[in-house]
Design a protein around this ligand. Structure first.
Ligand SMILES: [Zn+2]
Length: 154
């Protein structure tokens, strides 16, 4: 029980935010080298979706992947805009919100895939389902962990 093989969802959530902040700040900075604003926004949208997808892989819940990627990339990207963008000619707050949504979608998709994987794993190994926060063995139909009282989400 001490060395749980499954990561705590909240740790994954924090990791997702953190990686989204860092990656989107880098993307925001790198985008200052893209000449046209329209092209810059387009490439940022693609880049942030990918960033969100990467960040979402840290979590295995679709909603957490979405929230983590959205919050993280909004923060990171907005800071990069304020620091590095020279008179972009658009509302950078709105732009950050919109592009963070692209990242959130990416995070949501990979978060969902993570859930599907876990569900498949649980199917193939009935009886060795484990609590996602403490790793204790729980029944296949249990909704709450007997050990740490965490709500079992898959
Ligand atoms: Zn537990």
């Amino acid at each position: 029980m001490a060395s749980a093989p499954v990561r705590n969802p909240l740790v994954g959530f924090a990791l997702a935010i953190l990686s989204a902040v860092l990656l989107s700040a880098v993307a925001g900075f790198a985008s200052t080298f893209v000449p046209y604003l329209e092209f810059r926004i387009f490439s940022l949208g693609v880049a942030l979706c990918g960033i969100g997808a990467l960040a979402g892989r840290k979590t295995y819940l679709g909603t957490l992947g979405f929230m983590g990627a959205y919050l993280g990339s909004f923060l990171g990207f907005y800071v990069a805009e304020v620091l590095f963008w020279v008179r972009p000619g658009v509302d950078i707050l709105l732009l950050a919100l919109g592009l963070a949504l692209a990242a959130g979608l990416g995070g949501w998709v990979t978060g969902k895939i993570g859930v599907a994987k876990l569900e498949r794993a649980a199917q193939f190994a009935p009886g060795i389902r484990r609590c996602s926060s403490c790793g204790a063995r729980v029944g296949t139909s249990a909704h709450k962990c007997w050990s740490c009282k965490a709500t079992l989400t898959y």
